[in-house]
Design a protein. Structure first.
Length: 202
């Protein structure tokens, strides 16, 4: 009987534009989609990995997407003191092949989005919103994911685009600059009807 050789789990860190968030990148797929845990209570219900990470006193937020985990730390700690501990913990956890995010999490997200009555857009406004979403998906999302975060379209109202920022982008001082000079600038150039882009943090 052949024994299957497992590829070793590799973890490396990447800095993000947010000094309080660090991206831990793995060579394994962890979760297809985006799972953002800013509260321990939600993590306890839906992510054994996030729940375990919240046991560390310095972990403030956990964001899991594809092959990486972005950790946001409490202000009174420095990465140099805690980075290796977190890295080693995540590596061991992935090697144990325990559940990372429970299947119920998607149901929870779906019920959350249903409870927020999504505005429907029609006619010219509908076409405009479709173009905004397409630009965000094509140009903005990949760059934001590279920085350990996520951006989601929320609404469009009279020239104002509202977006949700998650992961490293949530609470990041430079995300406001990125949002205004980068995303807002691009949307205004491509879609003249857009007057401004506002964000609220996930």
């Amino acid at each position: 009987m052949e024994s299957t050789v497992k590829n070793p789990v590799l973890i490396y860190t990447e800095r993000t534009p947010n000094p309080e968030s660090l991206k831990f990148v793995s060579n394994k797929m962890l979760f297809r989609g985006t799972a953002d845990f800013q509260e321990k209570e939600i993590a306890e219900k839906f992510s054994p990995l996030a729940k375990a990470l919240f046991e560390f006193p310095y972990v403030k937020g956990v964001y899991i997407s594809n092959n990486f985990v972005t950790i946001s730390k409490e202000l009174n700690y420095v990465w140099e003191d805690i980075m290796l501990t977190i890295k080693s913990f995540i590596k061991t956890y992935i090697e144990s092949e325990n559940e990372i995010v429970s299947p119920e999490y998607q149901e929870f997200l779906d019920s959350e989005s249903e409870s927020k009555t999504e505005k429907t857009y029609s006619g010219d406004e509908g076409e405009l919103v479709a173009r905004i979403k397409d630009l965000l998906e094509t140009y903005v999302k990949p760059a934001v994911a590279g920085d350990g975060g996520n951006i989601e379209f929320q609404s469009y109202d009279d020239g104002v685009v509202s977006v949700l920022l998650q992961g490293a982008c949530s609470g990041c001082p430079s995300s406001t600059i990125t949002l205004k000079s980068g995303i807002e600038g691009m949307l205004k150039r491509m879609i003249p009807e857009v007057k401004s882009v506002e964000a609220y943090m996930g």
